[in-house]
Design a protein around this ligand. Structure first.
Ligand code: FES
Ligand SMILES: [Fe+2]
Length: 369
């Protein structure tokens, strides 16, 4: 039996890109490593929970789950946004059970304990005579929260602000894109039969697979000018968009002069085109099951633009469908005794290299306690 320590130390994170290999295949298949990722990579990173417009009014809330733990974001009567574990202090039931809504107070469905929108315990029916019960010590347990552009992020544990994690470089770059002018239209869920990192690797391969798997997308991107730029905790991949020779369906909805693909460690992506954007939230659902939530945004979300926007979403859908089979195929290959790790293209795969190094750093910190 190989220990978790050995699995983690078998990756050499110090090798420069030209000498580097991918993380070993056991990282994609080992149950113990998956659990460690939940407790380190996911519990200690900023996770996108919802859009700001979903919690713009006092009492509006959104529920979610991070690393298997129920969480909740709610706007208070004082207009402040707060994050909490969505876990009742009485016997641990989830307090809010809808995906989102608007309420005056937070009421647990089990025995009707109530909490204010700022998390203080207010009502405890039939609790007279309980000794040494400190009400104020039974408030909801808070989470770190931060807002960036249109999104609310929370973090289960760790230190530092969201802004310092994102870094001024990323914040300044996205500020210039005018993301506030893009409006959410639709959400779609995709399911992949692979480890979550297979999906992220596929995203971060610098367009390497695009000419081979995505003929439509390839027809609008200038493959030879595709650029990869690593930040501290993010990677920007971008490509000029060309109209000449574009495949009709893709060309009709992918315009402008460039496409920008931002990946933010560990599991959030922002894909920007002139007049539209989609975001991908990658959620591990098991060692070889991954859910990816796509949110589609457009500059014009009027009824008149609906058909065109749906055509754009369809192009996105087709690209995902094209990736589903290859991700499943990679996951099968990773389970083969014949494969351990592979080398990286210097021209294309710097983003994957960064991803693997950041993972290694978090996992190493995790086993060292
Ligand atoms: S578990 Fe919430 S009131 Fe009992
Ligand atoms: Fe792809």
């Amino acid at each position: 039996m190989v220990s978790l320590e050995e699995i983690i130390h078998s990756y050499n994170s110090g090798a420069p890109l030209a000498e580097a290999s991918t993380i070993p295949s056991t990282w994609y298949t080992d149950e113990g490593l998956y659990q460690l990722e939940m407790q380190t990579v996911f519990a200690r990173s900023w996770q996108m929970v919802c859009r700001v417009d979903q919690v713009s009014q006092p009492g509006q809330y959104v529920t979610g789950e991070i690393a298997g733990e129920p969480i909740l974001v709610v706007r208070g009567d004082d207009d402040r946004l707060r994050g909490f574990f969505n876990v009742c202090r009485h016997h641990a039931a989830e307090i809010m059970t809808e995906p989102e809504g608007i309420v005056k107070q937070l009421r647990c469905p089990y025995h009707a304990w109530t909490y204010s929108l700022s998390g203080e315990l207010k009502g405890t029916p039939d609790f007279a005579g309980v000794c040494d019960f400190n009400r104020s010590a039974n408030s909801l347990v808070p989470l770190d929260i931060g807002v960036w552009e249109q999104w609310v992020f929370v973090r289960v544990e760790g230190s530092g602000t969201l802004a310092s994690f994102l870094g001024t470089d990323l914040v300044n770059q996205t500020r210039q894109l005018g993301l506030a002018g893009l409006h959410w239209m639709e959400r779609r869920h995709y399911s992949f039969d692979c480890n979550w990192k297979v999906f992220v690797d596929n995203y971060l391969d610098g367009g390497y697979h695009v000419p081979h798997l995505h003929k439509g997308l390839d027809s609008v991107l200038d493959y030879h000018k595709y650029m990869i730029e690593n930040g501290e905790h993010f990677c920007l991949q971008w490509s000029p968009v060309v109209s000449e020779g574009a495949e009709a369906q893709t060309g009709a909805v992918r315009r402008g002069d460039r496409a920008l693909y931002y990946w933010i460690y560990p599991n959030y992506m922002i894909n920007w085109y002139a007049g539209s954007m989609d975001t991908n939230l990658v959620i591990p659902r098991g060692v070889d099951k991954t859910e990816v939530i796509f949110d589609f945004y457009f500059q014009d979300v009027s009824a008149g633009a609906r058909e065109r926007n749906l055509a754009s979403i369809e192009v996105g859908q087709r690209i995902q469908d094209e990736d589903v089979d290859i991700c499943k195929s990679v996951q099968r290959g990773l389970r083969s005794r014949s494969y351990n790790a592979g080398r990286l293209s210097v021209r294309r795969e710097a983003g994957e290299h960064l991803f693997h190094q950041l993972l290694h750093s978090d996992l190493k910190a995790g086993i060292e306690g």
